[in-house]
Design a protein around this ligand. Sequence first.
Ligand code: F6P
Length: 256
Amino acid sequence: VVMKEVFDVRAMEEELTAKLGVKEVHIVPGDSDDYPWVLKEMGRSTVNVIKRHLLPEKNTIAVTGGRSIANVADMLIPDTDLKETLFVPARGGLGEQVENQANTICATMARKAMGRYRLLHVPDQLGRDAYESLIYDPIIKEILELIRSSTMVVHGIGEAMAMAERRNSSDEVLEKLKETEAVAEAFGYYFNADGEIVHKVLTIGLQLEDLKNIPTVISVAGGRTKANAIRAYLKRNPNQVLITDEGAAKEMLTKL
Ligand code: F6P
């Protein structure tokens, strides 16, 4: 029985890799919509994938916020391969609670892996003027360069409306997302079902176009309710590794 289950997961991973056109898919059993321990298992699986993709030296890992990535941090343990790693947040304030902020997760990862970290202190609601002046600040500039030269990115994917509400977005933004039929969110960008960008949160840090210069990009997202979001986001950003769960994987496969 156990062997058959192992085999089925493998087959599902291969099918999903081919259908999504991504680099690799890793599926953990269960559905994180129902059981929080499934998030922990995704976290554990992600740690293994991170270690497998480390460069021989000078690793800089950029991380986003969210519960999925917070669970990756929870699963990290000191490791000689990670000791020299620098952890940085991928982007500035996106309106998350402290425990789910990229800065917090980044510091936790560095502490648990015994690596180093740099933070990016940027207010959540960034106006044009503040944005323009921040990017010329020498200290911010230096960390932005570090972020853009990351060797790996580990990020979450969310459902568009759920994320906009979690961030207490304005009615104007909510309306825009409805009109443009946004289904997915990642890095502060919102996407429609075809994976086109329909809205973007104004903050500094990694921009979507920077991803193409980063050797390893890992997305961590599961739960059947995220299936459409994951698929939409990956449509135009398939050059990635996906860590997901059985709930999301099965739901995606029925529609692909
Ligand atoms: O706000 C940061 C972020 O990574 C979003 O880009 C993403 O949509 C969300 O968190 C995922 O959060 P969770 O893992 O809690 O579903």
